[in-house]
Design a protein around this ligand. Structure first.
Ligand SMILES: [Zn+2]
Ligand SMILES: [Zn+2]
Length: 387
C-alpha cells in the first residue's frame, strides 16, 4: 500500500481541483487524489503566441533559479534499479531490456525543460507492477479512437483514410494512420468509432482571447467519454482538431487523460498548422513528417499514461514529460528499456515482431530516422550475446 500511495501521488499527477487557485502553472498534488488527471502536454501560461516562438511556449511560468526542481539524472546503478532484475527472462527478452547504445540516458535538463521545472521521482518497473496497472484481458483489449469534429469549420475535420482528397483538409494525418500506429505500438486491436460532432459531446467552449480560435473544455469531453466507454475497451481516446482548455484560467492544453477511468482526449489543432509554428517555409514533405511524428508521439504518450506508465526520468523516451513543443520535438518516438518492459508486462508482445512491424510503418510513412533506429535496434537484439 505504501508503494501504491507513493505512486498515486507521483509528481506528474495533477488534479484540476488544485489548479483552480493557480493561474500560471499546474499545482502538483502531494496527497491522494480521488480523480487523477494527467495534463498530457503543453499548456500556455500566458500571452499571445507569436508563430516563431510557439515551440518554446512553456507549460509553466519561468521560475527563479532558487525554485529549480533540483533534478539529478539517474546514474547507471539507479537505471538498473529502475529496470529491476531480468533473471529468469528468456534470452530475447533479456536482450530487449539490456542497456545499449540505442538509448540515451537522461541528461541534465536545460533551463525551462520539464525536469528542470517539475520534481519527478520516476517509476521503476517494480513500482509499475506493484501499482497493478490497467492490464489487457481477453475481455478488455480494444483501444477505441473517437474522432470529434467541428460541426462546421471550413473542412477542418480529421481525414479517415491516408489518401488525400483534392480539397485538402486542415489536418495532415488520418485517423486510419493513427489507429494503425497505436495498434502496432501497443500490439492491441484498435477501432475507430464513427465520428461525432462537438455538439453531440455537449462540451462547453469558448473563443480563446489570444488565438481567437474556438476551444472546448476538455473535462467535459472526459465526462462524455466515461459514459460512452465500450465494455471491451482497454482505453477510449477522443481525438479532435479543435483546441482544448482544461479550465478557464488556462490558455490551452494539448491533451488530458484520466489514469483511473481509461478515457483521454487530445487535440491536433496546434500540431497541424505549420504557420502557427513558423514552419510554413519548410518543404511539404518535411512538415508532413514533423506533424505525423508529433501526432504519433502524443498519441502513444497519452495511451501510455492510460495504461499506467508514468513519466520517464531514466532515458530519453516517448514517456518523458515535455514543457514545450521544442522539447517534444527533441524526444524520441520509442520506449526506453524500462518502459518497454512495463509494456511487455502489461501486454505480452514479441519484441522483435513488434519492432519489425513498427519499422515497416516508419518506412511507409517517411519517418526515416525512426526506421533506421529500428534497424539498429533489431540488429542489436539479434547480435548481443550471440557469439
Ligand atoms: Zn505525460
Ligand atoms: Zn522511458
Amino acid at each position: 500500500m505504501v508503494a501504491r500511495a507513493r505512486l498515486r501521488t507521483n509528481l506528474y499527477t495533477v488534479t484540476l481541483e488544485r489548479m483552480q487557485g493557480d493561474r500560471t502553472r499546474p499545482t502538483i498534488c502531494k496527497r491522494m487524489a480521488r480523480h487523477l488527471v494527467v495534463i498530457v502536454s503543453t499548456a500556455s501560461w500566458a500571452g499571445a503566441c507569436e508563430p516563431a516562438s510557439c515551440r518554446d511556449e512553456p507549460v509553466s511560468q519561468p521560475r527563479l533559479s532558487s525554485l529549480h526542481s533540483g533534478f539529478v539524472p539517474p546514474n547507471p546503478g539507479e537505471r538498473q534499479i529502475g529496470l529491476g532484475t531480468t533473471h529468469g527472462l528468456s534470452d530475447v527478452l533479456t536482450r530487449s531490456f539490456a542497456v545499449s547504445d540505442s538509448f540515451r540516458p537522461m541528461p541534465t535538463p536545460a533551463p525551462g525543460e520539464w525536469l528542470a521545472e517539475f520534481r519527478e521521482t520516476g517509476q521503476s518497473f517494480n513500482q509499475f507492477v506493484e501499482a497493478r496497472p490497467n492490464r489487457a484481458s481477453p475481455h478488455r483489449r480494444t483501444i477505441y479512437i473517437l474522432p470529434i469534429d467541428p460541426e462546421q469549420d471550413g473542412g477542418r475535420w480529421l481525414r479517415e483514410s491516408p489518401e488525400r482528397p483534392d480539397s485538402r483538409p486542415f489536418d495532415r494525418v488520418s485517423t486510419a494512420v493513427l489507429a494503425e500506429y497505436a495498434g502496432l505500438f501497443y500490439d492491441l486491436p484498435v477501432r475507430v468509432l464513427p465520428r461525432i460532432t462537438a455538439v453531440e459531446v455537449g462540451a462547453r467552449g469558448r473563443i480563446n482571447r489570444f488565438s481567437k480560435q474556438r476551444q472546448l473544455l476538455s473535462t467535459d469531453i472526459l465526462a462524455y467519454l466515461e459514459k460512452k466507454l465500450p465494455h471491451d475497451a482497454r482505453a477510449l481516446i477522443g481525438l479532435t482538431t479543435i483546441d482544448l482548455y482544461p479550465e478557464p484560467a488556462w490558455n490551452f492544453v494539448f491533451g488530458q487523460a484520466s489514469l483511473s477511468k481509461r478515457v483521454g482526449v487530445y487535440s491536433l489543432a496546434r500540431y497541424h498548422h505549420p504557420a502557427f509554428y513558423g514552419e510554413s517555409s519548410a518543404a511539404a514533405q518535411e512538415v508532413d513528417a514533423l506533424v505525423l511524428r508529433r501526432s504519433l508521439k502524443v498519441l502513444v504518450h497519452e495511451l501510455g499514461h492510460m495504461f499506467g506508465v508514468e513519466h520517464c526520468i531514466y532515458y530519453l523516451c516517448v514517456m518523458n514529460g515535455s514543457n514545450h513543443l521544442r522539447e517534444t520535438d527533441a524526444q524520441p518516438l520509442h520506449l526506453c528499456p524500462i518502459d518497454l518492459r512495463k509494456l511487455h508486462h502489461s501486454i505480452g508482445f514479441e519484441p522483435l515482431a513488434r519492432y519489425r512491424n513498427l519499422g515497416s510503418f516508419y518506412r511507409e510513412h517517411g519517418l526515416d530516422e525512426e526506421a533506421r533506429w529500428i534497424e539498429r535496434r533489431m540488429a542489436e537484439i539479434a547480435g548481443i550475446g550471440a557469439e
